[in-house]
Design a binder for this molecule. Structure first.
Ligand SMILES: N[C@@H](CCC(=O)N[C@@H](CS)C(=O)NCC(=O)O)C(=O)O
Ligand SMILES: N[C@@H](CCC(=O)N[C@@H](CS)C(=O)NCC(=O)O)C(=O)O
Ligand code: FES
Lengths: 104, 104
């Protein structure tokens, strides 16, 4: 579908992408973690996309198996949600992924 | 208002009350913390109340100054959100509040 191609292009063209919801504290945690790391992700707030929001969330589920937010991509690779991202950060692996994507 | 009286009665009549949303991970964290402590809170899922949900959320804001979920009460006292509750737990104060409310 066109929306699916759109999402694929977005994560391919942007080194760090966070699909988020503005009211969600888990989404806020991930965004603020990247900010602390000096990274400026492309943030897509699904609740600000009107009827397209749920559609994009469905596409993400098809592409990644994950239907929740936040949904994080680095270097085009699906990373996971908040817990996954924080886990990688604590293991030191997040910064590795970021430098491999030429972000840090 | 009648809804306000309703909420006041709910938190007065139930030793532990959590106003929550079913999709929210912060709400889930608080509910699971109480579960681990062997506490069975009255959980009110605001997203399952239809149009009353936002109204109850507004009443809670009027009563507590807090417009977010989760919104936690122990022994009729407003405790706060997820972060506040976890902080009290780590300080050992949550279990004190629970026993004072005859819950633990
Ligand atoms: N363990 C996951 C939890 C993800 C999760 O449950 N996200 C919630 C919001 S906090 C969600 O997407 N709920 C369904 C929705 O909002 O559509 C993570 O760390 O990201
Ligand atoms: N620090 C607060 C954060 C509370 C918060 O921002 N809650 C969000 C959901 S995670 C919220 O209520 N957003 C507005 C809404 O859902 O109506 C806590 O620990 O509870
Ligand atoms: S909606 Fe509350 S943590 Fe995501």
């Amino acid at each position: 579908s066109r929306l699916e191609e759109n999402v694929k292009k977005t994560v391919a063209d942007n080194p760090v992408v966070v699909y988020s919801k503005t009211w969600c504290s888990y989404s806020a945690e991930v965004k603020s973690l990247f900010k602390r790391l000096g990274v400026n992700p492309l943030v897509i707030e699904l609740d600000e996309l009107g009827p397209q929001g749920p559609q994009v969330q469905k596409v993400l589920e098809r592409l990644t198996g994950q239907h929740t937010v936040p949904n994080v991509f680095i270097g085009g690779k699906h990373i996971g949600g908040c817990t996954d991202t924080v886990k990688l950060y604590r293991k030191g692996e997040l910064e590795t992924l970021l430098s491999e994507a030429n972000v840090k």
